[in-house]
Design a protein. Structure first.
Lengths: 307, 450
């Protein structure tokens, strides 16, 4: 009997001491975790792409909860989930949704193999960063796309691909989450995040060549020559010309397409617009009028995929 | 007797010294001379002339743009045509001064006689005076990198120079400009060495020459026979012996620690023979740096040769003199085939650091298809800096910058021995160079933050 009693007393004693230690520890070293963190994290897409500027989705969740405590979700946006996810998160936190416009990556180079002929052959490592570090690349343009696809390998969403024919990358608007990985991967800083625009319609300058007009023209037939016609034409002062290259501010642009019409090198492009109405001078027989918009819409579709 | 050489790594590329018997010719004046403002390491020079100004040979056209910088002098007489940007060797645009050549009128201050001025005849030259004259003349390293020479002569207070080593190694295949210079201007080079020794307040000087230049070794040994302070060191042939750190190891058996240490931290100041000659001319003849010896070579070139070229002469002119571009696919390099930079266009001018223009044709100009790495470690045994090139290349291609920094990528001298020796033709140096420049950027940013 003695053995049983002593065993019960000793083990019971140990259990009691351990229970006290555990209790004290759990009180003393308790870490408070906001219960909202878990729910917000669940609502985020879990891509951990870092497109929001925070280290992964948990970092973003943390920032969202903290911002909610301060009273506003402004400035925070999950580019992957977009408005839908942000709406869910705002509901969970009982906040009004911050107003964010959907963005999309845009390749600002139109130097296709045809328009921008090769002047030299590069024999080194085929990545854009390596080629950019060695020199101006295989064409005479020291600003345009190098065509080795660093942006393609940087994209985690399979949204950017090289077009073999043009030698330029093309963004898939449906898949692009505007996380910005391609923007930072491009050593030439050609890719930019721009507002997706109403019905995905956008007008932008598809060139970043800072050379003077004649030099830029010699290197590439589609180069912006900084002539300033577009800036004069723009009724909304959305266009600025800095360092011989034109830039359209997407916040001011009202998509009137006047600049596109006057650009002498077609460096300004408008995507996803319905075809322009045929000009009055055009021969107006019924069939031809019908045929022309059809042809134009094919072109516009092509532009869409290129963008 | 076994000849000295550096102890770690090294390779033996085919020599191809096609022009070592070709006596140096004076290249014709160009119609238009182009002077880049950045011909050296450091801040670009600032123009001091404007469009329409008349200049003479030896007129300063741009002053030093900072402490680590060098002035640029006109090599021709004529009128400043414009100050503009043109495509440089890489294909990017760089600021230059373009001068239309008219006649050949020199500044009066330059002593154009051939008389040899010895140091003993000019006791008035103090070390400070010598350094000042070198600085004013815009002398930079003539071996290729183009570091302003006067800075090397004023080491940081933590280091003390013990000797000057003149680099007459010329381990790059094809190039013979230094060799011809040693044969044709041995006396001037020796006076240049004495000046450098006096300027850096040391008493010992060495000239390291590889064994494949016996004529130069013989000539210089004869000339220094009675001088115990100067030693001519014949070296066993191995690439990259012309690298500063390798040369210091070969000549005085001391190893330079990892960067930021430089040769002077182990007591050596290394200068190229071309620099020694330029120092002689700058100090004794008051002639600024505007001419240099350049080899124009290539197996398919009709008349390869060595030329005394006025800087600013377009490379196309020199290639035309040698018989024009050969047929087929050509690759033109500024420098030799190991470390030379491929040119994006050949209208670029000869600069302070252009020791050679090498034209590779057809198969020589093309890279071979890379195969997978079989871990044979040939690159490891070839690396003269004791690095592991295969590891650096792989980690760089995976953008693992922390790892490559830990593996001392900044010690890489970009000699290309790894890529040369690789049986799988892997583009190792491309990756390493990319990793090195990225890591250097990261280190600079980190230091700036501190």
């Amino acid at each position: 009997m003695d053995f049983i009693l002593s065993a019960v007393i000793v083990l019971g004693g140990i259990a009691l001491v351990a229970a006290v230690i555990l209790y004290v520890c759990s009180k003393k070293f308790a870490v408070y975790e906001d219960p909202r963190l878990g729910t917000v994290l669940e609502a985020l897409p879990g891509a951990n792409c870092g497109g929001c500027g925070y280290p992964g989705c948990s970092g973003m969740a943390d920032a969202l909860v903290k911002a909610a405590d301060k009273g506003s979700l402004e400035g925070l946006n999950c580019p992957v989930g977009g408005a839908e996810t942000m709406g869910k998160v705002a509901d969970l936190l009982g906040m009004a949704m911050a107003n964010t416009e959907p963005m999309v990556a845009v390749v600002r180079c139109n130097g296709t193999c045809e328009l921008r002929p090769k002047t030299t052959e590069y024999g080194g490592l085929r990545t854009c960063t390596a080629m950019n570090a060695c020199g101006a690349g295989e064409t005479a343009c020291g600003f345009g796309c190098l065509g080795c696809g660093d942006c393609v390998s940087a994209c985690k969403f399979d949204a950017i691909h090289m077009n073999e024919e043009t030698g330029l990358p093309e963004v898939d608007e449906e898949k692009c989450t505007s996380c910005g990985a391609c923007v930072s991967a491009c050593p030439r800083h050609i890719i930019e995040l721009r507002k997706k625009g109403p019905k995905n319609r956008r007008v932008y300058v598809r060139c970043v060549n800072k050379d003077k007009g004649a030099v830029a023209m010699k290197a590439c037939k589609a180069a912006c020559i900084g002539c300033g016609k577009c800036a004069k034409e723009c009724p909304f002062e959305a266009i600025t010309i800095v360092n011989n290259v034109s830039y359209i501010d997407y916040n001011k642009c009202k998509l009137c397409r006047k600049c596109e019409a006057v650009c002498p090198t077609n460096a300004i492009v408008a995507v996803n617009f319905p075809p322009r109405k045929p000009k009055v001078e055009a021969p107006a027989t019924g069939e031809e009028v019908k045929a022309e918009p059809a042809k134009a819409s094919v072109e516009s579709n092509k532009k869409e995929t290129e963008a | 007797m076994k000849l000295r050489t550096f102890r770690i790594g090294g390779v033996h590329p085919e020599e191809n010294k096609l022009t070592d018997d070709a006596v140096t010719q004076v290249a014709a004046l160009p119609k238009q001379a182009i002077f880049p403002l950045s011909q050296h390491i450091g801040a670009p020079a600032k123009p001091v002339v404007k469009k329409g100004d008349k200049v003479k040979v030896g007129t300063m056209i741009a002053e030093a743009g900072g402490f680590v910088s060098a002035p640029v002098y006109s090599s021709v007489s004529g009128t400043v045509f414009k100050i503009d940007t043109v495509f440089d060797a890489t294909g990017y645009r760089q600021p230059v001064i373009i001068i239309n050549v008219e006649g050949d009128e020199w500044e009066e201050t330059i002593d154009r006689s051939d008389k040899l001025e010895t140091l003993s005849a000019h006791p008035e030259l103090t070390p400070e005076e010598i350094v000042e004259r070198i600085k004013v003349a815009g002398v930079t390293g003539m071996g290729g990198a183009g570091f302003p020479t006067f800075i090397k002569l004023c080491p940081p207070p933590t280091a003390k120079a013990e000797c000057v080593i003149i680099n007459g190694v010329e381990c790059e295949p094809y190039i013979t400009s230094d060799y011809r210079l040693m044969l044709e201007h041995a006396d001037e080079i020796l006076v240049g060495l004495e000046l450098l020794m006096k300027a850096s307040k040391v008493t010992k000087g060495y000239i390291g020459i590889e064994e494949n230049k016996p004529a130069a070794i013989k000539l210089l040994t004869e000339k220094t026979a009675g001088n115990p302070n100067i030693e001519i060191v014949p070296l066993a042939q191995k690439y990259p012996q012309g690298g500063e750190k390798q040369l210091v190891d070969a000549v005085i058996r001391r190893q330079v620690p990892a960067p930021p240490a430089i040769p002077v931290n182990v007591g050596a100041i290394v200068q190229n023979v071309g620099t020694a000659y330029a120092v002689y001319q700058a100090v004794m003849k008051r002639k600024p740096l505007f001419e240099r010896y350049t080899t124009v070579t290539g197996k398919k070139l009709k008349n390869p040769g060595n030329y005394l070229v006025r800087m600013g002469t377009p490379m196309r002119d020199l290639i035309d003199v040698c018989g024009g571009m050969p047929e087929g696919d050509n690759k033109v390099l500024a420098g030799g085939p190991m470390m030379g930079k491929a040119l994006n266009n050949i209208d670029v001018p000869v600069c302070k650091g252009t020791n050679s223009i090498t034209v590779l044709t057809d198969d020589d100009a093309k890279r071979k298809t890379p195969q997978p790495c079989i871990r044979c470690a040939k690159c490891v045994s070839a690396c003269p800096m004791g690095l592991e090139p295969y590891l650096l290349a792989t980690a760089s291609s995976l953008h693992d910058w922390d790892r490559v920094e830990k593996e001392d990528i900044t010690s890489c001298i970009e000699c290309g021995s790894c890529q040369f020796t690789c049986p799988a033709h892997r583009p190792m140096l491309d990756n390493i160079r990319l990793g090195k420049s990225t890591v250097m950027g990261i280190i600079r940013a980190r230091n700036a933050k501190k």
